[in-house]
Design a protein around this ligand. Sequence first.
Ligand SMILES: *[C@@H]1O[C@H](CO)[C@@H](O)[C@H](O)[C@H]1NC(C)=O
Length: 318
Amino acid sequence: MGSTDQNTSQRNQTILVEFILIGFSDFPNLQGFLFGLFLVMYAVILVGNSLILVITKIDPSLQMPMYFFLGNFSFLEICYVSVTIPRLLADLYRQNRSISFLACAIQMYVFLVLGVTECFMLTVMAYDRYVAICKPLLYPLLMNKKLCIQLAGGCWVSGIPVHIGFTYSVFSLPFCGRNWLDHFFCDIPPVLTLLCGNTFLIEMMIYVIALLVVTIPFMLILGSYVKIISAILKLHSTTGRAKAFSTCSSHLMVVALFFGSGTITYLRPKSSHAAERDKFLSLFYTIVTPMFNPMIYCLRNKDVTVALKKFLLKCIVL
Ligand SMILES: *[C@@H]1O[C@H](CO)[C@@H](O)[C@H](O)[C@H]1NC(C)=O
């Protein structure tokens, strides 16, 4: 380490006003294809979730807690993917990938806050199913309108304070050396590789936060479904059993995919991160599960499909 080295890094620190998001530019032949692919996925997410949001609001047969959460969750999915995909699409289209320091911090913050909301909302939805199936007599009493609104509201606001502190800590550390991120948005692992101060505290914060917002909710969800499945096994009708099983297993699949890819990304030591793999892994929690979530939660549900048909028919007639 010579003094010139230090000078360079100091100079870089002071002039670092933007990052370059490498994204998928290491596949130059695929730019058009990727743009089309992500555009279609984004459209599917927007249309699918908007439809669910609308029918859960207007259809009289869907005025139940489960559908209140589902509608709110669909709205959340729209917000969640809109933090990353439009930016990704613009980068692929313009072939200019710079993102300002502030925009990067804001993107990371909003993405993390909505990620927490997502984890908590999935937990609340599993809890709702648990009460409905295992404690059916208490259900109307426990899951009243007021509690539903409070639970959903709690999911939305709980990530806000935690991540103000966290994002502030990350972006107040010195950045030095290179200014490009080998990723398609400002996620924690790629940004961490640019920090040159002592990142020990940050890494500890990540573990603690991930434990609170990923591991514990995941355990609660798993617990709810274990209870639900054991309750189903006591059912006498085989068709009822099969139906309940297929619903639960598809919910669990989505949950495992979302939490699994999130856990692998955030709960791994910094040294074991490979940019290529991280990029594809993060596609799962940023785009793939938000796309399949609503489909899986709805299309296997008869009430929703009936309401959806009714709504679409009305749209066509009008
Ligand atoms: C979702 O729930 C929150 C909190 O109850 C509420 O403020 C918000 O309006 C809901 N959003 C939609 C689109 O239903």
